[in-house]
Design a binder for this molecule. Structure first.
Ligand code: FAD
Ligand code: NAP
Length: 557
């Protein structure tokens, strides 16, 4: 079952034989790493599997793709000129606009001359003093390697019985054809109702003849309330961008400094006060909905009250009570990443949109024309909702896999990485991605991860986390150079303590109460370990202390 291909628009830049810093990936992390390393006087080269810059925003071209952190925050802050000259048009920029921004950055900072596109890094071998980087096009020796491979860049494509028989078109949201897809007059299925499904479903429904949504677990989604940005608002932010950024970076998720988390727990206020606070956040739209109260992800009773509010919104939005019931999650809100939508629940009021609950009607097998659905004991008499004919096989002209990613470790594990004594990273990580500060792994000298597991990464505005890591890594390399040192590696004891710390912080929250991709639960056979670390400010402080303390917890030579 080949998934729809991606047009290659890259151009070829030969990689040098030797370089100070080899960088894997040309998303926001790899691009900034290149710029920063060069600015600090290192030679640096980027290898990128795709045909252009932008990473996430190069690959995820599905209908409706846009950021859900406000554009004025979801952007670099390292250059005042850049942040003054770039003009975002909407509260949440579309994928094409974000990709244009990435391309602008690449041109403005002359990055492309040091990027080999269409080049996949296959193996990394530690040679005692440097890394041998083997790509699909050749070999480069690098003193340092920075993995800017992305937390959400390895597509998760589940396999189904007989899926090879299916003759219609198939697509994964994270590998969308550059030429776009015309769904008009097509019977389309979307598998998956995470953020990608929830963004694409209303837009695909506009064009498709009929859309069937295949939902395994309902997600909580809050309205985006997307809008054009007024010149006055942009001006007001730009006039004080430094302070705007500073306030954001002091919040747990490094975003939304102008809408601080409420001072109370959800159980500490009256019913009316709670409703007003949640309604105000619902009307404002976006991820900060969960910040109405300060205990949303620590107190189960508070979480339940907030979840009730959203379930009521679903009930009052979706006209068919049975569809509303199926769309209503019963899990902890925020445990899986909160989704942000435009007209998601409203879309199920369209006669041409059906919902199949895979917990009641699991996918049994694929056929030439579509999918055969089974029936669980508990499922109701009807096999489908809306005007879906009551039958077990449904024909589709196209199937969209909005099935997510092998998150945080997937792209790293695709590279065969051998460190000291030729030990494989895959072996070191067999029970989960042990690391120190989410930056480094014992046994793998001079290898850094940007927004790796064990760092706040996906629980934050990722561009803030990316920028923080890139600056920390570059400062570290410069300090080593200035001290006449050539290697750095996480100490095994520091690594052990760090893993314990991440587990204990996560254990104080409700994040570990569901089968999320944060835990690796979406990928069959992946070890279940909570990978990101909640809380950006404390983490950034710890990284600063480690650096000040001569890289405490690292072994340098
Ligand atoms: P990526 O952008 O994923 O780039 C990694 C690059 O590495 C890719 O281009 C990949 O091709 C390349 N690569 C990987 N392995 C290899 C290899 N072996 N050889 C060569 N190249 C390789 N975050 C937010 O904070 N806010 C948002 O609103 C938001 N929206 C998102 C929407 C979508 C649809 C998705 C999927 C993610 C979103 N994210 C968001 C997370 C997003 O991934 C980050 O914000 C950010 O773009 C990550 O940048 P990156 O450079 O670290 O990784
Ligand atoms: P996701 O959140 O992992 O959602 C994947 C969906 O596919 C889930 O509904 C999952 O169901 C379903 N699924 C997976 N395997 C399945 C199977 N075998 N059978 C049936 N259903 C299956 O992935 P995503 O939507 O791509 O989002 C990933 C992350 O990327 C987000 O959490 C977010 O961080 C980022 N993102 C952000 C935006 C944005 O708004 N800016 C947009 C897209 C993505 P289960 O829940 O049952 O596993």
């Amino acid at each position: 079952m080949p998934l729809g291909g991606v047009r290659n628009n890259g151009r070829m830049v030969a990689a040098p034989e030797r370089v100070d810093v080899a960088i894997v990936g040309a998303g926001f992390a790899g691009m900034y790493m290149l710029h920063r390393a060069r600015s600090a006087g290192f030679s640096a080269h980027v290898f990128e599997r795709g045909g252009g810059v932008g990473g996430t925003w190069y690959w995820n071209r599905y209908p409706g793709a846009r950021c859900d952190v406000p554009s004025l925050e979801y952007s670099y802050q390292f250059s005042e000129e850049l942040q003054q000259e770039w003009e975002w048009s909407e509260k949440y920029a579309t994928q094409p606009e974000i990709l244009r921004y990435a391309e602008h950055v690449a041109d403005r900072f002359d990055l492309r001359r040091s990027i080999s596109f269409d080049t996949t890094v296959q193996t990394l071998d530690w040679q005692g003093e440097a890394w041998r980087v083997t790509t699909t096009r050749g070999t480069t020796v690098a003193q340092y390697v920075v993995l800017a491979t992305g937390c959400l860049s390895a597509a998760n494509v589940p396999r189904f019985t007989d899926d090879h028989l299916y003759e219609g078109k198939t697509y994964h949201t994270g590998n969308w054809p550059h030429e776009g897809v015309d769904f008009s007059k097509k019977r389309v299925a979307v598998i998956g109702t995470g953020s990608s499904g929830i963004q694409s479903i209303p837009v695909i429904a506009e064009r498709a003849e009929h859309l069937t949504v295949l939902q395994r677990t309902p997600a909580y989604s809050v309205p985006a309330r997307n809008q054009k940005l007024s010149p006055e608002y942009i001006e007001s932010v730009k006039a004080n961008y430094g302070e705007f950024r500073r306030k954001n970076s002091l919040t747990r998720a490094a975003l939304g400094g102008d809408t601080p988390t409420g001072p109370h727990g959800a159980c500490e206020v009256s019913d009316a006060e709670r409703r007003d606070a949640l309604e105000a956040r619902w009307q404002k739209g976006g991820l900060l909905f969960l910040g109405a109260f300060n205990d949303a992800l620590t107190n189960p009773a508070s979480n339940q009250l907030i979840a009730d509010f959203v379930r009521e919104k679903i009930r009052t939005t979706v006209r068919d009570p049975e569809t509303a019931r199926r769309l209503s999650p019963d899990s902890v809100i925020g445990c899986k990443r909160l989704c942000v939508d435009t007209d998601y629940y409203e879309t199920f009021n369209r006669p041409k949109v059906s919902l199949i609950d895979l917990r009641e009607q699991p996918i049994e097998r694929f056929t030439k024309q579509g999918i055969v659905f089974g029936r669980t004991r508990s499922s109701s008499a009807s096999t489908a909702i809306g005007d879906e004919p009551a039958r077990t096989e449904i024909e589709f002209d196209a199937i969209v896999f909005a099935t997510g990613f092998d998150a945080m470790t997937g792209a790293i594990n695709k590279i065969e990485i051998r460190g000291r004594d030729r030990r494989a990273l895959a072996e070191t990580w067999v029970d989960g991605p042990v690391n120190y500060l989410g930056l480094s792994v014992h046994g793998f000298p001079n290898l850094f991860m940007v927004t790796g597991p064990g760092s706040p990464s996906v629980l934050t505005n990722m561009i803030v986390s990316i920028q923080h890591h890139v600056e920390w890594i570059t400062d570290c390399l410069a300090r080593l150079r200035d001290s006449g040192l050539t290697t750095i590696e996480a100490d095994v004891e520091a690594q052990r303590e760090w893993v314990e710390h991440v587990n204990s912080v996560a254990g104080m929250t409700l994040y570990t109460s569901c089968s999320s991709w944060y835990l690796g639960a979406n990928v069959y056979g992946k070890p279940r370990v909570f990978m990101p670390l909640p809380g950006f400010p404390a983490y950034a402080q710890r990284c600063a202390e480690v650096a000040r303390d001569n890289y405490k917890g690292f072994i340098t030579r």
